[in-house]
Design a protein around this ligand. Structure first.
Ligand SMILES: Nc1ncnc2c1ncn2[C@@H]1O[C@H](COP(=O)(O)OP(=O)(O)O)[C@@H](O)[C@H]1O
Ligand SMILES: [Mg+2]
Length: 348
């Protein structure tokens, strides 16, 4: 089914319909601190093919938000970014202030965890939607922006959109508000949606509805989606590719179904074992231990301290991400997997 939003081009919009592939290439992020700089990302690379959904997963503190927000250059003041962040053929770091403003208002939009703090409490949701539409396209008249707001409320399945335009945020449920926020992003007709824990603040059945909506927007509007979440149950059925992060690095990456069915990194196994639905709720497991402090990363594998397969080599040598399956580009950073691979190559 074609989206009701797509066929009504208006001035200044047409150029933004083709989603760019976005990518991080060996990205490092360092934040200044009084006690010394803190490196948060250590050479993070992944690709987000145009029109796909890519999920960043990992425990809290692994760098998911930093990686997701870096795509829009939304990092804390003073952050130093190395490597390359590309949106299509444009280098996000090289964008001028004006280019960045246009990029953020028209092309790439962000949805955060807490819908309550993302909306103005004293303005009706309709006025906020109309403002968002006109900010992204000043050529829109107020009436056109209002029409677009109603259409978009319908698109995100808010019942009775005309009268809901008049509602204030406190009159809506968390799930409805998250839909309003998604609508606020959509009125700009973006091609990229960056979602940082978009369902974490919602109850389980509302979570499922919001995830279904995101999947629908991806399928029907071709929206490219990057979603950061600590909850692997959120990802199954939504993300095409999964990027597993640990202590500021990517430890495994590949097609979601393949990574979930055949995880290569012991950290991914542990993460899957702690996902209640994936684990059919039989056991509520937690991963023992804690990730290392970012200012005291070990010289070898960052997961070695918590891993049941650790060898002396793991403590000394930092594993690189290597391909485990060429056609699907499934990659992992684990010396055990690499040792297995070289043994099977010798046997061949
Ligand atoms: N503004 C900041 N100042 C200091 N440390 C930060 C800041 N933002 C993030 N960090 C640290 O960087 C690490 C990664 O954070 P984040 O990207 O938010 O991880 P995640 O989203 O996976 O929980 C955490 O250890 C966090 O404490
Ligand atoms: Mg986060």
């Amino acid at each position: 089914m074609a989206s009701t939003l797509t066929p009504t081009p208006s001035p200044g919009r047409v150029a933004h319909r083709v989603p760019p592939a976005v990518s991080l290439e060996d990205v490092t992020v360092t934040l200044p601190r009084a006690s010394g700089d803190l490196q948060i990302l250590h050479g993070v690379s992944f690709k987000v093919p145009a029109g796909s959904v890519v999920a960043l997963a990992g425990e809290s503190g692994s760098g998911k938000s930093t990686a997701a927000l870096s795509l829009m250059r939304l990092l804390p003041w003073g952050a130093e970014v190395g490597g390359r962040i590309m949106a299509g053929d444009r280098d996000v770091a090289a964008m001028s202030k004006e280019e960045l403003r246009l990029f953020r208002s028209k092309e790439a939009r962000i949805i955060l965890q807490d819908p309550w703090s993302s909306l103005h409490p004293m303005k009706s949701v309709g006025s906020q939607l109309i403002e968002s539409a006109r900010a992204s396209d000043p050529a829109l008249s107020k009436a056109q922006a209002r029409e677009l707001a109603v259409e978009t409320m319908k698109r995100v399945h808010i019942p009775d959109p005309k009268s809901r335009l008049k509602a204030y945020p406190h009159e809506m449920s968390g799930g409805q508000l998250q839909r309003v926020l998604i609508a606020m992003a959509l009125v700009a007709r973006p091609t990229l949606l960056v979602c940082d824990e978009p369902t974490t603040a919602l109850d389980v059945s509302t979570q499922a509805q919001i995830l279904e909506l995101l999947r629908e927007l991806n399928r029907e509007m071709g929206l490219t989606i990057v979603i950061a979440t600590h909850d692997l149950d959120v990802i199954a059925g939504l993300a095409d590719r999964l990027v597993v992060m640990y202590a500021g690095r990517v430890v495994e990456e590949g097609p979601t179904a393949q990574v979930m069915a055949n995880p290569q990194h012991p950290y991914t196994w542990a993460l899957l074992a702690t996902a209640p639905k994936h684990n059919r709720g039989e056991r509520m497991l937690t991963i023992e231990g804690r990730p290392p402090a970012l200012d005291a990363l070990p010289p070898g594998c960052s997961f070695a301290e918590r891993c049941e397969f650790t060898t002396a080599r793991c403590l000394e040598t930092r594993p690189e991400l290597v391909l485990v399956d060429e056609p699907s580009r499934h990659r992992t950073a684990c010396l055990r997997v690499q040792a297995d691979q070289s043994v099977s190559e010798e046997v061949r």
